[in-house]
Design a protein around this ligand. Structure first.
Ligand code: NAD
Ligand code: DAU
Length: 338
């Protein structure tokens, strides 16, 4: 199978490509990525020697690039990971989120429809469902969409386009909605790598509000397996929820991390809350379990230890990302980046 993966130089895309190459060595994977601040071509640089992997530097908003990539590589299936993904950045400036997450996603659907692509997985998020109180049942695929941040509003908008493309054009698209991922290669603006980086440098750990917001954590490979199952066996028109069955409050998570690292809790500092901060996410993934055989393999304890070990043994990756030198390396090939 020839697959186009967008956003493959980001956190989940990188893990997805590595895992698919391991599980399906016969697949040819084309990675189309704009290389924003979150995209790191170095992650997959060793794969560039593999004739079954190709990197294309491009923007999912650019119709010409997407159409020519679909044609040149005779693409049969598309997995759209590319997005602006950080909630705090969306609060600071929603515009790039509208461009990539709405216009870019719609452009991917339109180009794939024109090219006659027969499988398209659009990667969305649990955040489109909004927020839960502590005693409400977990989100199901039937929960109405009620996004609260510019990020989740942009993702929900793309979900509506996916629905419209299925209903209007019978376009074979599935949506995946997953909870908070963690694992190797996650950009250190997100909670776990941020707290790891700060704790190991003896810096204060900024916990928003009262720290009692709850997220359902899933190890990244389990999410990638969900996307793979959707790609192989998903029914067009369906959305599938994935979660890790691991609800943890932020303060509890930060304390566990400090304990594993042997650092003192006095590093924790409570800071002003994120505006519109969703209180709790929880995923009911019974539908994906029944239809696709999905089951998360990693407990939070296992996944967290594995993740910490990865960051400890790959401090050069973190250092390059923190100092921005991975961008200098890209600049040599692409000139000044905006
Ligand atoms: P990320 O920010 O780490 O990576 C995003 C990637 O997309 C980067 O490589 C970036 O260069 C690329 N990109 C951005 N704009 C682009 C454009 N216009 N054209 C081409 N490439 C572009 O994100 P992530 O955490 O890996 O998330 C991947 C997807 O999964 C996103 O769609 C996100 O909404 C979704 N998701 C993430 C999580 C999570 O916990 N991280 C959970 C559920 C769903
Ligand atoms: O739920 C899935 C979503 O998870 C994805 O769709 C998003 O792309 C991804 O970024 C993530 O969103 P969150 O906002 O939940 O993740 P983040 O790591 O930014 O924050 C996790 C929780 O930690 C959240 O309640 C806010 C809190 N937090 C975050 C940061 C960065 C802090 O308390 N302090 C911090 O410094």
């Amino acid at each position: 199978m020839n697959i186009l993966v967008t956003g493959g130089c980001g956190f989940i895309g990188t893990n997805f490509i590595f895992l698919m190459k391991k599980r399906h060595p016969d697949w040819t994977i084309i990675n189309l990525d704009k290389l924003t601040y979150a995209g790191n071509r170095l992650n997959l640089i060793d794969l560039e020697k593999d004739p079954g992997y190709h990197f294309v530097h491009g923007d999912i908003c650019d119709q010409e690039t997407v159409l020519s990539t679909l044609e040149e590589f005779k693409i049969e299936a598309v997995v759209n990971f590319a997005a602006e993904s950080h909630v705090d950045r969306s609060i600071n400036d929603p515009s790039p989120f509208i461009s990539t997450n709405i216009r870019g996603a719609q452009n991917m659907m339109e180009c794939a429809r024109r090219a006659g692509i027969t499988r398209f997985v659009h990667v969305s998020t649990d955040e489109v469902y909004g927020t839960l109180s502590m005693d409400e049942p977990a989100f199901t695929e039937k929960t109405p969409l009620a996004p609260n941040s510019p990020y989740s509003a942009s993702k929900a908008s793309a979900d509506f386009f996916a629905r419209a493309y299925f209903e209007t054009y019978n376009f074979p698209i599935c949506i995946t909605r997953c909870s908070n991922n963690y694992g190797p290669y996650q950009f250190p603006e997100k909670l776990i790598p941020l707290m790891f980086t700060k704790a190991t440098s003896n810096e204060k750990l900024p916990v928003y509000g009262d720290g009692l917001n709850v997220r359902d954590w899933i190890y990244v490979d389990d999410h990638c397996t969900g996307v793979e199952l959707t790609l192989l066996n998903g029914t067009p028109g369906n959305a599938y929820n994935f979660g890790g069955a691991s609800e943890v409050s932020n303060i509890d998570l930060v304390r566990r991390l400090l304990k594993i690292l042997g650092r003192d809790e006095s590093l924790i500092t409570f800071v002003k809350d994120r505006p519109g901060h969703d209180r709790r996410y929880a995923m009911n993934f019974d539908f994906a379990a029944k239809e696709l055989g999905f089951k998360p393999e990693y407990s939070f304890e296992e996944g967290l230890s594995k993740t910490i070990e990865w960051y400890q043994t790959n401090d050069d990756w973190l250092e390059k990302v923190r100092s921005g030198t991975y961008l200098d390396f890209m600049d040599k090939w692409y000139g000044e980046r905006k």
